[in-house]
Design a binder for this molecule. Sequence first.
Ligand SMILES: *[C@@H]1O[C@H](CO)[C@@H](O)[C@H](O)[C@H]1NC(C)=O
Length: 175
Amino acid sequence: MQLGEASSADSWTDSLGETEAPGQPAMKTRLGPGLLLLIFLLPACLTAAGRETPYEKFQRQHVDTSGSWEPDPNRYCNLMMPRRNMTVSFCKDLNSFVHGALAMITAVCGSGGTWHHEDFYYSNSPFQVTDCQTTGASRWPRCIYRGDICSKRICVACKNGQPVHFARPSVCGGP
Ligand SMILES: *[C@@H]1O[C@H](CO)[C@@H](O)[C@H](O)[C@H]1NC(C)=O
């Protein structure tokens, strides 16, 4: 925070305090910094959420680095889709989670993958992947998923050496 901002903010709380009933100023000065913190941090948090980079979004939607995960793919999807914010304003119909270390998945854009076309790279090795798909009974906000886990090579679009989109294997010429 710059000095100028701090001093103008201080005078603002001071003037607020003066409008209150006498006997309360001690309380006001204690609330002041907390209130200020909230006012400065709240917009910062909102902007941070909105500023999710494409790589961060890819990780949220498609990367599960936890070594052990819910083994029932149906339960896994119904747990993970809301947890990763993909059921917030609609039920995302189809989404794949790749199980593995972020470095291994990111490497598909480099030595771990083979360029296919445009930005798309096909992994040289298979990954464990859980595909989640909404069932016919799924109605937002009650999103219901069927999960399917298998081992397959993954096709991703890369920007600046980082995966930013997950694509069906067929996009990379796979099955
Ligand atoms: C989901 O959204 C909430 C509210 O915007 C946020 O606090 C949380 O970090 C998000 N979760 C993930 C996994 O991004």
